[in-house]
Design a protein around this ligand. Sequence first.
Ligand code: ZN
Length: 208
Amino acid sequence: MNRVPVLPTARESGLIRCHACALVSVGRDHHSCPRCRAPLFMRKPYSLQRTWALTLGAAILYIPANLFPIMTVIQMGQGEAKTILSGVVALIEADMWPLAMIVFMASVVVPLGKICILIYLLLSVQVGLKTHLKERVILYRLMETFGHWSMVDIFLVSILASLVQMGTLATIEPEIGVSYFAAVVILTLFAARAFDPRLIWDRAHDQR
Ligand SMILES: [Zn+2]
């Protein structure tokens, strides 16, 4: 059982920290920062709603990102479209295990893990879960740290497409799937930014 600190929080004391210049001011007296004029808010506005919308958008777009090919490999005049998973299988068959693992991690494990963690955090805040406070914040930080690695996939396709242009011998062309995948990555990045991890502690405090 996690112990919640008994000291009053900044929110309970009516204090707001400016997100731009970090000046602490009394929330009741100001709507914008007295020093830098940035808008002041106790918590990120509409955090849950915005995070839900972005997360569900990412989850929906992840389906076409996997169904449609992300690139076509044209060798000796013969083209073969690859989805994310068939690309991983092709890399394994070509004995390129390390690259296959990187693509699998960046395109399956990280985005799916991120969507699952976001949904878990949102649900846990909404039902007012009072346990595993620290663990949930650690999950949030892990997601923030590793979430950017999904971009590796986009870079991989764009680098391959620009490098492998050997005329009739071999060419790689990006396909529509990579656009859907890029949208998934961008939406999950924004979703993680929209979520305010302080809500985890707020709900536990409110029900103390
Ligand atoms: Zn400020």
